[in-house]
Unconditional design. Structure first.
Lengths: 283, 421
């Protein structure tokens, strides 16, 4: 064979391009090497997101704020839905802040590969960077809305409880869930553009199975654990508990939610890895 | 011998949708549209994970391709449309996976597959430099250290903080090329990027490519410009129908390529598959004649010439664009029906034929070929290389003998005022 006459340069990194064999490890190491790209993509999304809008970054606040107003009117006032002893507006806004982050992440990240098709087809970079950066870009909006939440709490004279030290954990859970679901949807959307049309339904249905407009305490105790299968339920109850001190401490629920979120994240990463070799050909 | 790239038994298949169905009745079409999701679902159940497209046919874009490239070699990849050149580079750069075989690459790969794809119109020039650098795999510090060089090379210093959507296309391309050219990978893949920008910038790009090669880096170059390839490369690999046809010196590869182009032109145009474009209108016939003197592919310098192109369908805004190349593949001149002149006329009796008449054909004796592009409906409809070839025989321009010269290809009518004897 020819190879016998060949000396392999040892000082250089060898890359092998070969057919992918079914399921393989997600390329997280490579993503780490390209972490600057992740940052640049997120930064680009943030810079571009509110360009040429009159309200600019205010949209990050308007969206959850007005949902809160509507919920307060219809669910709080008209339907008289209980709110675990805190004013209904704070009760729903504390849930809408992480929820809006999640819903926007889904809507934008699921489309991230398709809207950057030109780049995916012509340049190589870790594909994971696109959906993940899109989700990360939402953190700015989340932070803005969170400041407003604190403002509303002060307005109602509410002081966060010591449980607030657990808040980063719930925020992380929201992030992991968002990335996990986004990986699934983004990869699926490449092959089945139907995904894009199902996302509004999906988020709407998900909104109602998450205790945003109502407290999970409305459900019987035994059902709350089942409820934890929806990781966003854990996130939302966690936010309320940490900030407002509602008595539905998410103990078992949060464990189940975390396990589900991690499962979605890992399976999403594997599914993404499985599909990514075809992105350039299918897009 | 050490190696930079080792390609072994490489193959790549694509699945392409089957032939388009023709609908006879609206009801057929409705039924088909309604049934489509079920049919696709059926396909999926049977394990043909093809998603939204109906899959029928598999084609080999590359098959059994093997070669090795040494560090510092500058290699030209030649081939007609659809021969697999771009697929090869895409696999090398990791954009898509091969179906068979493998490529081993030693060192960092940088690719210039299409400049400016990573640009975002809303971001400024400076921001795009960083973003594009990161996409191409440069570290931020690396981009920073080369920032001045990149800006100077692109000649855009005044517009650095302007969003690139306000750039002229020339500025855009210069900036994009400049970022990519300042990458320092051990292996550089270049796909037809130099066909952009003005002449001066093209020359500058060429100089840069030369520097890259001189610096001992391995360069793989895909281009249709044979003159350019012969200037830049030592070695050429000629791909045909997805396999290596010739692998040798660039001269040898270019020769082999031009020979097959010659053969291709004798083939029936409607049967050729090496074409690009969406295909709503296809070129089905191309002919070169001496105007009025019957079809003869032997033209004479200074005499009339007529080029006739027939398409199989009309689309809105259809136009014909053809390019003449000389025998070593150097571009000579081009004609574009969309750019109108006062003497252009419309033939009321046909909507499928383009006729281009020249009263005085000013090319020097030699062999030439024509590449034809049909555009319409704001898309490239069809592009076919070597759709026709023709011979130019000795003639005269305004009574002056046309001298055959291997180097030049045009003679212009002219008049001297000479010093008295």
């Amino acid at each position: 064979m020819k190879q016998s006459t060949v000396t392999i340069p040892s000082n250089l990194l060898r890359t092998r391009r070969e057919p992918s064999k079914g399921w393989a490890w997600p390329k997280f190491r490579e993503l780490w090497e390209f972490r600057e790209l992740l940052f640049f993509f997120a930064w680009r999304d943030i810079k571009v997101r509110y360009r040429q809008t009159v309200m600019g970054a205010l949209w990050a606040i308007i969206q959850p704020f007005f949902t809160m107003v509507i919920f307060s009117l219809f669910f709080g006032r008209l339907a008289n839905i209980p709110s675990d002893g805190v004013p209904y507006p704070v009760f729903s806004f504390a849930a809408l802040v992480p929820w809006t982050f999640f819903a926007n992440a889904l809507a934008q990240a699921s489309n991230s590969l398709v809207s950057n098709a030109n780049m995916v087809k012509k340049i190589y970079f870790p594909r994971l960077a696109l959906p993940i950066a899109t989700v990360l870009a939402g953190i700015i909006d989340f932070a803005l809305a969170f400041v407003v939440l604190l403002g509303i709490m002060i307005f109602y004279g509410l002081v966060p409880t010591v449980n607030i030290i657990w808040l980063p954990l719930f925020a992380l859970l929201a992030l992991v869930t968002s990335i996990g679901v986004s990986l699934w949807l983004a990869a699926m959307n490449v092959q089945f553009r139907d995904v894009r049309y199902t996302i509004p339904f999906l988020t709407q249905a998900w909104l109602f199975v998450t205790p945003i407009a109502y407290p999970s305490s409305m459900l019987p105790e035994s059902w709350r654990i089942v409820y934890g299968l929806n990781p966003m339920a854990g996130v939302v109850e966690g936010f309320r508990w940490a900030l407002l001190g509602t008595d539905t401490a998410p103990g078992k629920m949060i464990i189940i939610s975390s396990l589900v979120a991690i499962t979605v994240f890992i399976s999403g990463a594997f599914y993404f890895r499985r599909m990514e070799q075809d992105f350039a050909d299918v897009l | 011998m050490s190696i930079a790239i080792n390609v072994d038994g490489l193959g790549k298949t694509f699945q392409i949708g089957g032939k388009q169905k023709s609908y006879y009745r609206l009801t057929d079409q409705l039924v088909d549209t309604i049934m489509a999701p079920f049919r696709r679902a059926g396909n999926l159940m049977r394990g043909q994970a093809g998603g939204a497209a109906d899959l029928n046919e598999t084609i080999w874009a590359l098959k059994d391709v093997s070669f090795q490239i040494k560090p510092g070699e500058v290699v030209g990849i030649i081939g007609r449309n659809g021969a697999g050149k771009s697929t090869l580079l895409k696999i090398m750069s990791g954009i898509s996976d091969p179906t068979q075989g493998y490529i081993d690459i030693y060192g960092r790969v940088g690719s210039l597959l299409e400049v400016g794809t990573g640009f975002h119109p809303e971001l400024t020039g400076r921001e795009n430099i960083y973003l594009n650098g990161a996409i191409l795999g440069m570290k931020k510090a690396e981009t920073e250290s080369k920032l001045d060089e990149i800006i100077a090379f692109a000649e855009i210093d005044k517009f650095l903080d302007t969003p690139v959507k306000h750039y002229s296309s020339g500025m855009y391309v210069r900036l994009a090329f400049s970022v990519a050219a300042h990458l320092e990978p051990e292996i550089l893949l270049v796909d037809e990027v130099l066909a952009v920008g003005d002449m001066a910038f093209q020359r500058k790009c060429l100089g840069k490519m030369d520097d890259v090669a001189q610096a001992g880096r391995t360069v793989l170059f895909v281009s249709h410009n044979m003159g350019l390839l012969q200037q830049l490369c030592e070695r050429g690999i000629f791909l045909q129908h997805g396999t290596v046809h010739t692998d040798g010196t660039i001269i040898k590869a270019v020769d082999a390529y031009l020979q097959t182009l010659e053969q291709a032109k004798s083939q029936d145009l409607s049967k050729r598959t090496d074409r690009k474009g969406v295909g709503d209108a296809r070129l089905v016939h191309a002919e070169v004649t001496t105007h009025g003197n019957g079809p003869s592919s032997i033209l004479k310098t200074g005499q009339p010439a007529r080029f006739v192109f027939c398409v199989n369908a009309s689309v809105p805004g259809i136009a014909c664009n053809f390019f003449i190349y000389d025998s070593i593949g150097q571009p000579v001149t081009s004609f574009y029906s969309r750019v109108r002149g006062p003497d252009d006329t419309f033939d009321p009796n046909n909507d499928l034929t383009f006729v281009c008449d020249l009263d005085e054909f000013l090319l020097l004796p030699g062999r030439y070929r024509i590449d034809v592009a049909i555009v319409g409906d704001n898309k490239l409809q069809d592009f076919i290389e070597a759709a026709a070839a023709f011979e130019v025989a000795d003639g005269d321009v305004g009574g002056r003998m046309a001298q055959h010269d291997g180097k030049f290809s045009v003679m212009l009518a002219h008049r001297w005022t000479l010093p008295t004897r």
